[in-house]
Design a protein around this ligand. Structure first.
Ligand code: FDA
Length: 396
């Protein structure tokens, strides 16, 4: 005999925990099933251990999805301020780092503890180390979903898939949600790593590899999007917030440009340097605006180097064009091993935007990263997990 619940939730990450506590508070009997040995592992590792748990500016424009309207309803009904109220209720200290990004002062552990405490107070049962062997659904089960697991069989009229995406497999990520979606007739949109460092190869990599650790502010642009923030040179390529952000909009072969003097008109700046210090070489002047070793490398391979007074206007214009739109020829990404998120996933066309319930199979829900909704870097992904988890939690 299967043990009966009102809702079975697969995946005790950000979305699953929020869904469970919301449904539990409504008096639903909820079982939260997690195959890893503990809940909320990605929350624990997020934000460098301090969890960037939301962004006060979170809006639909901060999300990538084949249907940009899909996320609107859930985000409107559960705002960053709703989550902040929960954090305040648990007296968790936090601060704004930049651009509306809220981080815990002490540790991400406090966010996981808060969610688990809320689940337990709402009567939610949590099973960890619980791998699922099979899911049955049909008339013989009275319309229920029946989950056969390492810890026995469970049945419920609602099954919520909150098993996340493919990033960081070592943390428990699996393609489970996509398999369930496919099996129940849902369309899947192609998946790829997002918010991920880019790799360089060939000459580009050879020229930059020994600068690993050098960081500078840039504006990265690709496919009509641009992000201004730090870029970090790594052993394999480039990373840092501006690169992670633009990586979600980049695909192999796309033109990716970096403005190395963000906020400045490069030609204006070069002409001023020429007027003020005509005898100085370009690399000396650039070495004061950019990290010195990076400026030198630019002048060795991408710009000509000579005293500034020797540049004529076309040469200065050429240098300005390189500095303001330096082509970065990425060979790929570091992939799911280091990606913060998975782009693509369960097509939102088959899911209700107000409840996250499948339009094909009543009682089946998809929430969080498994859906084709991916946020920018900066707390937007957790806000989507909270908002979509809340929407389903109010419906199951
Ligand atoms: P999540 O991955 O959190 O949870 C899914 C759960 O399902 C996991 O516990 C997994 O073990 C479980 N599971 C999978 N398959 C299963 C199966 N077959 N049976 C049972 N359980 C199963 N975002 C942000 O907003 N701010 C930040 O600071 C960061 N920082 C960050 C750092 C790093 C290193 C990463 C990798 C990611 C981030 N993110 C982030 C992104 C954020 O972590 C992510 O978007 C959310 O955790 C997604 O929440 P979900 O609940 O959908 O998936």
């Amino acid at each position: 005999m299967a043990e009966r619940f009102d809702a079975l939730i697969v995946g005790a990450g950000a979305a699953g925990l929020m869904c469970a506590l919301t449904a539990g508070r409504r008096g639903r009997r909820v079982l939260l099933i997690e195959h890893a040995n503990k809940v909320g592992k990605k929350i624990l590792m997020s934000g460098g251990g301090r969890c960037n748990f939301t962004n006060t500016g979170a809006a639909p424009a901060n999300y990538l999805s084949a249907n940009p309207h899909f996320c609107k309803s859930a985000l409107a009904r559960y705002s960053p301020w709703d989550f902040i109220a929960l954090v305040d209720k648990h007296r968790i200290a936090y601060h704004e780092k930049e651009l509306g990004q809220l981080f815990c002062d002490i540790s991400s552990k406090l966010i996981v503890k808060m969610l688990v405490d809320e689940c337990l107070a709402a009567g939610v049962r949590i099973e960890t180390d619980c791998s699922i062997e099979r899911i049955a659904h049909g008339d013989s089960d009275g319309g229920d979903f029946r989950v056969h697991s390492a810890r026995g069989a469970f049945a419920a009229p609602s099954l919520v898939i909150a098993s996340g995406g493919l990033s960081i497999p070592s943390m428990g990520a699996s393609g489970f949600g996509f398999e369930v979606a496919r099996r129940f007739g849902h369309e899947l949109l192609p998946t790829r790593a997002g918010l991920v460092p880019l790799t360089l190869s060939g000459k580009h990599q050879e020229r930059l590899a020994d600068l690993s650790g050098v960081s500078l502010p840039v504006t990265a642009s690709c496919n009509g999007r641009e992000f201004s923030n730090q870029m970090l040179i790594t052993h394999r390529g480039v990373s840092g917030p501006s690169i992670l952000q633009i990586s979600s909009y980049w695909q192999p072969g796309d033109d990716l440009r970096l403005d190395l003097l963000p906020g400045r008109d490069a030609l204006d700046w070069l002409q001023r340097q020429q007027r003020e210090r005509p005898a100085a070489e370009l690399k000396t002047a650039l070495g004061e605006a950019l990290p010195k070793r990076f400026a030198q490398r630019l002048c060795e391979h991408w710009l000509s180097n000579k005293p500034l007074k020797q540049y004529n206007l076309p040469e200065l214009k050429q240098a300005a064009a390189t500095l303001s739109a330096w082509p970065l020829v990425a060979s790929g990404t570091e992939g799911y091993r280091t990606a913060e998120v998975t782009l693509g996933g369960v097509d939102t066309d088959g899911v209700s935007s107000s409840t996250m319930q499948s339009k094909r199979v009543p009682g089946l829900y998809f929430i969080g990263e498994v859906l084709d909704v991916t946020g920018w870097l900066g707390g937007y992904n957790f806000q989507w997990a909270w908002a979509s988890g809340n929407a389903a939690g109010l419906s199951v």
